[in-house]
Design a protein around this ligand. Structure first.
Ligand code: ANZ
Ligand code: ZN
Length: 854
């Protein structure tokens, strides 16, 4: 039976490759290195199509680079700490460790069925003590560098999960990214990593990342959020204290009509008069319930109260009221703002709402002052009402006013970042214990490195309520202080799992090291990652945190690189066909629809809308990778995913196109069977002269090599690469030279080029043809430029209008090339020797006529 049966051959080759350890990382120091990395998955239980797409793309790149002579590091691992495991423990009484291990086993098996060429000896699992021991060790590096600290902070409190969330884990509606609960605010003592110390470098170094999508770099830059402006001080009337503000518009300082503090500002009660005290305290208490998002929403009334206190505008000598308002955030700038209602939208709304004066100080360059502003004028312009700065252009005035303030000791120029320090404390069990012991005498004392890891205790209770399981374990918590021996208490917070994934790509370089997180020599050998592939949802956090970690570890002398990921590819979503009732917004299960070509709602009979949306259980539009592999095999699944869309674009799942790729692989199969049956072999010699058919086929072969090689550089246009494979197979199918060495070259080339894309069928056919070793160890073919030359034409050579002969030239030759070819030809040499050419007439595609001087 010579039918293509993917089930049989895929299982066979997966076994064989594993036995031969063909995917082990090569160590040959002669070879250049290539580090191909997919973002490692959270072991949720099952692989989804998004994973399949991500890993297939990276696998093609890794396989291709191996064939091109690189030693390739292509590892896989598990981002294995996190909330879902703990939720499973709460809901089903299964231990997070057990749940996680089961999921990993399941998903590893699914990955193996896809024929991904991972070096499993370097597998990394973040919840294993031999990994998190080093996460703790690295935390201590941050601690020793002064980059890990504790502070009381208003945190996002998820009332459902009973845990603190990072800002990034709260969506645009103020809901928890996991539970969906509306997030509240609470004050808690928390651990932070000082990412703000690296804000400037994280921003500036984006420029070096030439292999990153512009979109991702822009998102990071916006997240870091640099603003340039001034720091100005407003003395409090009747006190020695001053209110410092950060402003991007020092040019508007003569338009300040009030100063406003964030409710959390330490000076609020001090500036408040006794008459206003009750009101102010009530207001501050009410703001505590609001999320940051509510507070800053543009369309919301600006709430605030007057404190009764006054500040001095040092520029005008004027006394202005001090207010407290919720639109001022304590964590940004200085937590206080100079109110310029005439030129700031929020201040304008606030002034209108609270009847504060509005004083214009900037007018349009060609305009005049209007007495009644309908809205804030936020554009640049010319200064008025601004004392010595009147008439100045606002851009120049920014500098002049800042400089004046500096000479007077009232302020200075200031660069401000939106980026905040990274809150890493989680009141959860299933994470890395923070290796700190709190001593009443010594404060926060690091656990000595020799005592790492601080192991997660196994026996804990999961109730889902109250403090975290670790906080309830008295026996585990109570330990002597490592410094002075006084009874002390372990930190019970665990780390944000983004910490685990901020350094895993270093660990792969030296995954089994039991003495250190990694040997710097191994890092030198492999880093940076040459190609990183993953979802756009990680454009900000994971990638920014990893860049931060890299810079800190560099400054600690542990790694030599400043940036971890040389090139980044963010693959698009995999979307499924979705049937949706446009009126109710309800998604309908396809199997309940009577006629899919004219879908109607089974409940109401209304026509349904057919749209492509990201695959998800709730939309009934998911396709399980296992099902596709079962039906068509991994090679077809891979080919479809690669063919259907360029890697960075969204991909619409389409059963017909899956079928199409299956048929294509069947055609390749039959092509080789026929070739074999006709006595064809690999490595037949090429004929010395080629027939037209052979030339045509050879051109097709080498065009495929050239095009596919180009597609695999830089941009990774893997969809067009698959299209080229299909073209080559068609050319072989219709070639009229079955027994020629060129045909043999064609079959061999097709299989070799196909190998990274469909690794099993190409290996099987290669072996059937008696190929040596594995196809995945064959060198990548090189395009022969002479074979690429298009058809030749016959060029007539004339001298003084008389035909002297004809030559063969490439059809694509230019006029100048035709003239040169004619001159240099034997005929040309013979008839033109010793003559002076007066003029050359070229008729493209036909003839060259030389006119000679008399
Ligand atoms: C006076 C002013 C006048 C302002 C004007 C703007 C326009 P970015 O670009 O985001 O850095 N601001 C400063 N600290 C704040 C805080 N903690 N909470 C809320 N708002 C704050 O914005 C800087 C501007 O945002 C600052 O410049 C300040 O208002 C406000 F015509 O100062 B400006
Ligand atoms: Zn102590």
């Amino acid at each position: 039976d010579d039918r293509y049966d993917p089930q049989v051959i895929e299982a066979k080759w997966q076994r064989e490759w594993a036995a031969r350890q063909i995917d082990r990382t090569a160590t040959d120091p002669q070879k250049p290195k290539f580090y191909a990395l997919s973002m490692f998955p959270y072991p949720s239980g099952n692989l989804h199509m998004g994973h399949v797409r991500n890993y297939t793309i990276t696998d093609v790149i890794a396989r291709c680079r191996r064939m091109q002579g690189y030693r390739v590091l292509h590892p896989m691992g598990w981002d294995a700490f996190g909330l879902p495991a703990e939720n499973a423990a709460i809901e089903r009484g299964i231990h997070p460790r057990v749940w996680t291990q089961q999921n990993i086993a399941q998903m590893r098996q699914e990955l193996q069925r896809l024929g991904l060429s991972y070096d499993w000896e370097r597998e990394v699992t973040t919840c294993h003590p031999d990994y998190y021991r080093w996460t703790q060790w690295l935390f201590l590096e941050f601690f020793e560098a002064g980059l890990a600290y504790q502070k009381e902070a208003a945190v996002n409190w998820d009332p459902v999960d009973q845990t603190v969330l990072a800002n990034e884990q709260v969506d645009s509606e103020g809901r928890s990214w996991r539970s969906g609960a509306l997030v509240e605010r609470r004050l808690l003592k928390q651990w932070f990593l000082k990412i703000t110390a690296y804000a400037e470098e994280l921003l500036n170094d984006l420029e070096q990342l030439t292999g990153w999508p512009e979109r991702v770099k822009l998102m990071q830059a916006n997240w870091i959020g640099q603003s340039t402006g001034a720091y100005l001080e407003f003395p409090i009337v009747g006190s020695d204290e001053k209110i410092a503000v950060f402003t991007t518009r020092p040019d508007t300082v003569y338009g300040v009509t009030y100063v406003v503090l964030a409710p959390e500002h330490p000076l609020t009660l001090q500036v408040t008069t006794s008459r206003r005290r009750k009101t102010v305290e009530a207001f501050i208490a009410s703001v505590q319930q609001e999320s940051e998002l509510e507070r800053t929403a543009g369309d919301r009334p600006k709430r605030g109260v007057a404190t009764g206190g006054k500040a001095l505008n040092p520029f005008t000598g004027e006394e202005i009221p001090i207010w407290i308002a919720d639109y001022v955030l304590y964590e940004y700038g200085t937590g206080a703002v100079m109110g310029v209602p005439a030129h700031d939208e929020r201040d304008f709304q606030f002034a209108k709402a609270h009847k504060l004066p509005i004083r214009p100080v900037i007018i349009p360059p060609d305009g005049t002052a209007s007495t009644r502003l309908k809205a804030a004028y936020t554009e640049p312009g010319r200064l008025i009402n601004s004392g010595p700065f009147d008439g100045m252009d606002s851009t120049a005035a920014k500098a002049a006013i800042t400089e004046y303030a500096a000479t007077q000791g009232w302020g200075r120029e200031q660069v401000q970042y939106r980026l905040r320090d990274w809150l890493i404390s989680r009141q959860r069990y299933w994470g890395v214990p923070i290796p700190i012991i709190h001593c009443p005498q010594c404060g926060a004392v690091p656990v000595p490195r020799s005592e790492l890891p601080v192991l997660l205790p196994e026996e804990v209770e999961f109730t889902g309520r109250g403090p975290s399981p670790l906080a309830k374990l008295e026996a585990w918590r109570n330990v002597p202080c490592p410094k002075c021996g006084t009874p002390a208490q372990r930190e019970t917070d665990t780390m944000d799992t983004f910490i685990d994934s901020s350094w895993y790509y270093f660990r792969y370089a030296d995954a089994r090291n039991s003495e250190a997180p990694f040997d710097p020599a191994a890092i030198k050998d492999w880093l940076p990652v040459d190609q990183y592939v993953g979802g756009i949802e990680h454009a900000i956090l994971h990638l920014l945190y990893s860049r931060f970690f890299t810079k800190v570890l560099r400054d600690r002398g542990l790694v030599h690189v400043s940036e971890p990921f040389q090139r980044l590819l963010t693959q698009g979503m995999v979307q499924g066909r979705t049937y949706k009732n446009p009126r109710t917004g309800k998604y309908v299960i396809p199997s309940q629809i009577a006629d899919l070509s004219q879908p109607t709602d089974p409940d109401t009979g209304e026509p349904l809308e057919v749209v492509y949306e990201k695959m998800s259980k709730s939309k009934y539009n998911g396709v399980a990778p296992g099902d596709v592999i079962q039906q068509y095999g991994a090679d077809t699944a891979r080919m479809f995913i690669l063919f259907k869309a360029p890697p960075e674009k969204d991909l619409e799942w389409d059963d017909a196109d899956v079928e199409g790729q299956f048929r294509f692989l069947n055609r390749v199969w039959r092509l080789v069977q026929t070739f074999k049956a006709n006595g064809g072999q690999l490595g037949q010699p090429l004929p010395t002269t080629l027939t037209k058919a052979e030339k045509d086929l050879r051109r097709a072969i080498h065009t495929a090599i050239k095009e596919i090689s180009d597609d695999l550089e830089g941009d990774y246009q893997l969809n067009t690469a698959v299209a080229e494979l299909m073209k080559l197979s068609n050319a072989l199918g219709s070639a009229d030279c079955y027994t020629s060495g060129v045909y043999s070259e064609g079959i061999q080339t097709l299989l070799t080029l196909l190998a990274p894309f469909a690794p099993h069928i190409s290996e099987e056919l290669w072996q059937q043809l008696g190929g040596t070793d594995s196809i995945h160890r064959q060198p990548w073919p090189k395009a022969d430029p002479t074979a690429l030359v298009a058809d030749e034409i016959t060029l007539v050579i004339q001298v003084m209008g008389k035909t002297r002969g004809a030559i063969q030239v490439p059809a694509t030759a230019s006029q100048a090339e035709l003239e040169a070819a004619a001159k240099q030809s034997e005929i040309g040499q013979r008839y033109l020797a010793g003559k002076t050419i007066k003029k050359v007439i070229v008729v493209p595609g036909k003839l060259v006529n030389f006119v000679l001087a008399p």
